[in-house]
Design a protein around this ligand. Structure first.
Ligand SMILES: [Zn+2]
Length: 423
């Protein structure tokens, strides 16, 4: 069978798997597949059963990630890993994560139906707990696999069960003690490539009218969750020249960051500024007082470490300028950071060519969100991602990916695998 026909023939399997993972996570009107819990476990069991039916072998690593392996008889190169996650946020949608795991199985099924044989192992990974909502830390399964859990992570507590991460991993058949040293469970240098298909979390593909794009990079971020501005509380009758208004300083500071964002974008340097929390203290504010205090959070994201560093310098300067002009104090407070995940140029090129062979326009876009792929890229594994068209964003019940678009992504994966991983 031609590969394109073999891919098209997987549409029923793909739809069936999408329905399966939806039913195990049903939580109307959304989907909740609790990480290291019922929904994720049930989805993992379903994926495992399908992999076994495709003649793959199944194993669980110390982080309780599932690996399904289609083994080459005499491997000529290091394995290719295709992965994503099966957990969702609380009241999320069905496709963020699960679609990527299903795409991996769909690609293997298509190659088999086309009569192809692997020259290197092809593995499908169902990674655990990608969503930060469960433990306040994201990408946990891929962190476990690649030895990138931060200190103390195993003691974090699950938002619903209250169990520690170590206890949660053990309850799902993993081995938390093997994770304590923070070493990779497998040598990343022995991973030939990592591929991930993921729904796009912005409407760029909807806008462009294309089903699939090759991802150029996932953003890294710098976060300040608790920025505090201190001015002077005063009566509403105080003339402007005497005021040290923390609320207006917060507004000016935020708008200056938005201006920075727009300037950078105009210069072709993509980034994003998100002020998720923005308020006067509820126990002090009133209609007739000038605010003496203001609080906000900041998530600053960009696609290269150099750009993030330059933006942090600008951030510091803006804080100083606004503070001086308004006579307030601006404390950026606690800081956390995550490294950007640039995709490997060879993978970007290869996936673009595979898209062309699959009859698609090889559109290339930055991903708006971070993914498990960030950890593989940071560990030095040649990493590539496909973004799949999706309406209504993600992390909500209204995620809307059409199955034919996922089948189109499977077509690209299968074309890439035929060239790079099959005899
Ligand atoms: Zn995801």
């Amino acid at each position: 069978m031609r590969l394109a026909d073999a891919v098209a023939a997987q549409a029923d399997l793909v739809q069936w798997l999408l329905n399966c993972v939806a039913s195990v996570g049903a939580d109307p009107p959304g989907i909740t597949r609790e990480a290291y819990g019922r929904g994720e476990n049930a989805a993992q069991a379903q994926i495992e059963e399908t992999g076994l039916r495709l003649g793959m072998t199944a194993s669980l690593d110390a982080g309780a990630n599932l690996t399904l392996r289609w083994a080459a008889e005499a491997p000529q190169q290091a394995p290719v890993l295709i992965g994503s996650h099966l957990d969702s946020v609380i009241q999320g949608g069905n496709f963020d994560g699960a679609a990527g795991v299903i795409a991996g199985l769909g690609a293997v099924a298509a190659l088999q139906a086309a009569g192809l044989t692997p020259k290197r192992d092809i593995e499908v990974l169902a990674l655990r707990c990608e969503e930060a909502v469960w433990f306040g830390l994201g990408l946990i399964g891929s962190r476990c696999l690649l030895g990138r859990l931060p200190p103390g992570a195993l003691e974090l507590r699950h938002a619903r069960t209250g169990l520690t991460l170590a206890e949660s991993i053990a309850a799902c058949g993993g081995d938390p003690e093997a994770l304590r040293e923070g070493k990779p469970l497998r040598d990343p240098r022995a991973m030939g490539a990592y591929l991930e298909a993921h729904i796009e979390q912005a409407p760029q593909l909807v806008e462009a009218g294309h089903p699939v794009a090759v991802c150029l990079a996932n953003p890294g971020n710098v976060r300040h969750p608790f920025i505090r501005i201190t001015g002077e509380e005063a009566h509403t009758g105080l003339p402007h020249r005497f005021r040290r208004d923390a609320a207006l300083a917060g507004a000016e500071f935020s708008l200056a960051l938005e201006r920075l964002w727009l300037e950078e974008e105009a210069l072709g340097r993509p980034m994003a500024v998100t002020i998720g929390r923005f308020h006067t203290p509820a126990d002090r504010h009133s209609l007739t007082s000038v605010s003496g205090a203001f609080e906000l959070s900041l998530d600053l994201r960009a696609y290269s470490a150099e750009h993030l560093k330059a933006l942090e310098t600008r951030l510091g300067r803006i804080a100083v300028e606004v503070a001086e002009r308004r006579g307030v104090r601006i404390e950026l407070g606690e800081r956390s950071a995550a490294a950007p995940g640039p995709m490997h140029p060879v993978m970007v090129k290869g996936l673009g060519e595979a898209a062309g062979r699959a009859g698609l326009t090889p559109l290339k876009l930055n991903s708006p969100g971070s993914h498990d792929a960030n950890n593989f890229a940071a560990a030095g594994v040649p990493t590539g991602m496909l973004l799949v068209r999706n309406r209504n964003g993600s992390h909500n019940p209204y995620e809307a990916m059409d199955t034919p678009d996922l089948v189109a992504a499977i077509g690209v994966l299968a074309e890439w695998l035929r060239t790079n991983a099959c005899l």
